[in-house]
Design a protein around this ligand. Structure first.
Ligand SMILES: NC(=O)c1ccc[n+]([C@@H]2O[C@H](COP(=O)([O-])OP(=O)(O)OC[C@H]3O[C@@H](n4cnc5c(N)ncnc54)[C@H](OP(=O)(O)O)[C@@H]3O)[C@@H](O)[C@H]2O)c1
Length: 264
């Protein structure tokens, strides 16, 4: 098997950790990332069955040095780098713009937009030295243009990620014909992220959203089992990976018809 080396930003928990485990279980090597040594230690403990296959690098994706250090770590440990996944992202607690603290807006935009642009730039710069490589950015609510009150800041960041990835592909497709680049839309995933986004809502809204989450949110390991093989097999050019298909949505709606009937 051709062993790949993959950098996954924001892989201490949630979808990033699930994708890391899936790559490792298929025999590949992974560089994990998160903001604190503590969270990376905890993630490492969870992946202890694969301890020879991964390493990690601490740092925020909002800091360009983190991306530089991620490349250096991949090369020094595994001697090459094949796939870069800009997964790190932070949610918005449901709220009106005037109630969202300035620092929260800065943190969300710096992680979800600046982090993705800096990560993509670093990955591309490294991949041009070897004329091969694959870059993936995480879409989410807002990427398709959907709008929902009190999720405006987060939705804006995910629309930006989608725009950035498409626009960049258009910019470079004739220059770097060997490149694989794309977006991943995981649908709603049962992670800390979803719980955090519910903070700040009134009881009724929490109840309704929990019911909605119970119907539509997927297990991160189910998402990773479907998405990781698609990442590994994607050829050159632009790709849009999506976990939830229309038949899956319809099946879940059908199964939840009684719950939905009782929701006003
Ligand atoms: N969950 C969903 O329903 C959903 C739906 C659509 C799209 N997504 C997208 O999927 C991605 C993963 O989401 P998730 O649900 O797995 O989230 P999660 O469980 O909250 O995990 C987020 C990860 O990002 C890391 N992180 C946050 N800010 C960072 C920063 N500035 N620098 C480096 N790492 C950072 C966290 O690590 P530390 O805290 O240890 O730093 C953690 O490992 C995000 O881009 C999200 O927007 C999620």
């Amino acid at each position: 098997m051709d062993k790949k080396v993959i950098i996954i930003t924001g892989s201490t928990r949630g979808l990033g950790l699930a994708m890391a485990r899936q790559f490792l279980s298929l025999g590949h090597n992974v560089v994990l990332n998160g903001r604190t040594e503590d969270s990376l230690q905890q993630a490492s403990d969870k992946l202890s069955d694969f301890k020879e296959q991964f390493t990690y690098m601490t740092g925020s994706v909002a800091d360009p040095h983190t991306h530089e250090n991620l490349v250096k770590t991949a090369i020094s440990h595994f001697s090459h780098l094949d796939i870069w996944i800009n997964n790190a992202g932070i949610p918005q607690e449901y709220d009106y713009l005037l109630n969202v603290p300035d620092q929260t807006i800065i943190d969300i935009t710096q992680t979800n937009i600046t982090g993705v642009i800096l990560g993509t730039k670093k990955a591309l710069s490294h991949f041009t030295t070897q004329n091969s490589g694959s870059i993936w950015n995480l879409n989410g609510f807002g990427s398709d243009g959907d709008m929902k009150p009190r999720l405006t800041v987060y939705g804006t960041t995910k629309k930006a990620v989608d725009y950035f990835t498409r626009a960049l592909y258009k910019e470079i497709k004739d220059l770097y014909t060997w490149l694989t680049i794309g977006t991943i839309n995981p649908g709603m995933v049962n992670t800390d992220f979803l719980i955090k986004s519910l903070e700040g809502q009134d009881e009724k809204t929490i109840e309704q959203n929990m019911a909605f989450n119970n119907i539509f949110a997927s297990d991160p390991y189910d998402v990773a089992r479907k998405i990781v093989p698609q990442i590994l097999s994607a050829g050159q050019g632009f790709h849009q990976l999506r976990y939830m298909t229309l038949p899956m949505v319809l099946t879940r709606l059908y199964k939840a018809r009684k719950i939905l009937k009782n929701m006003d």
